[in-house]
Design a protein around this ligand. Structure first.
Ligand code: BG6
Ligand code: MG
Length: 211
């Protein structure tokens, strides 16, 4: 029986996936690496450092550690500037209603995100208090597609993977959830259709009553 809902953050709760993409595009352009929304699919869901390494791989480039650190800082600066005006209006369709209804029906709620900015963003959106556990990119050693982030989230709400549903917009996140033994819903990214049995355009399409 499903007792817990675990949400990815960027692209599921809030429309920040586009901001990540545009910030990486600035870095990729600077490095002379061709980077479109197609290449960005490879980056969705994975952590900051691994994202940069993917861009370098795409461009057949190698950089020393100092340069890598500089670029990671620069990307995060660009990203944080671009989300400075993020507020409740940036919450994706159906999110608040689902969180509210799930709470009223005693479901346990968690976030499983690769982002080190997850807590900051949830505070900005005034959503933090809905969640019984928030696992972000700073709390685990292995990030998506490894299942650690979701396994930790499930553990923190005292549930096993088969008692939870994961909501994800990224291929890496879908793989992480599947490897962890979770049932996973793909959200808002048609590229996920061949990876998931359950797909919804947004959380408004998800009906708790069907569980
Ligand atoms: C994930 C996003 O949630 O977090 C990725 O899908 C992003 O696009 C990753 O790179 C790391 O985020 P941050 O905020 O720690 O740079
Ligand atoms: Mg995501």
């Amino acid at each position: 029986m499903i007792k817990g809902l675990i949400f990815d953050l960027d692209g599921v709760i809030v429309s920040t996936e586009q901001h990540h993409y545009l910030a990486w595009k600035v870095i990729a352009d600077k490095l002379g690496v061709v980077f479109t929304s197609k290449e960005n699919e490879l980056l969705k869901g994975i952590n900051r450092r691994d994202s940069l390494l993917k861009i370098l791989e795409l461009g057949n480039l190698t950089l020393d550690e100092d340069k890598i650190s500089d670029l990671l800082l620069e990307k995060n600066k660009i990203y944080l500037n671009s989300i400075a005006f993020l507020d409740k209006g940036s919450i994706l369709l159906g999110v608040e209603n689902l969180l509210q209804t799930a709470k009223e029906n005693n479901f346990l709620l968690a976030i499983g995100s690769s982002s080190r900015n997850a807590k900051f963003i949830l505070d900005k959106l005034e959503l933090s208090s809905y969640f019984d556990a928030i696992v972000d990119g700073s709390m685990v050693k292995k990030l998506k597609p490894d299942p650690q982030v979701f396994l930790m989230a499930a553990k923190m709400i005292y549930l096993s993977p088969n008692q939870c549903i994961v909501f994800e917009d990224a291929i890496s996140g879908v793989k992480a959830a599947q490897r962890g033994g979770f049932r996973v819903y793909g959200v808002g990214n048609p590229n996920l259709n061949s990876y998931v049995d359950d797909y919804i355009e947004n959380l408004d399409e998800f009906d708790l009553k069907l569980l």
